[in-house]
Design a protein. Sequence first.
Length: 79
Amino acid sequence: MTEIYQWLNKEKSRYYVIDVQKDADDGIALKHSWGGCHSNRGGKKSLLVQSDEEIEKYIGQMMKRRKSRGYELVSPAQM
């Protein structure tokens, strides 16, 4: 199962994406990517978590952080 969260900062033309990937071994990886909408600059990182509760907590924190930096959640729809 894969769930994708995407944020966009239209003013600065930047994006931030978290791809939640659950594999068959009950491992959960949060794959982050970010960068400019019109450039090749950006980065990636992965974070391993153990439970759905950790995912919800982490995504909630990221929503607050992205909002405070001028990003808008574009996918999935507002929770």
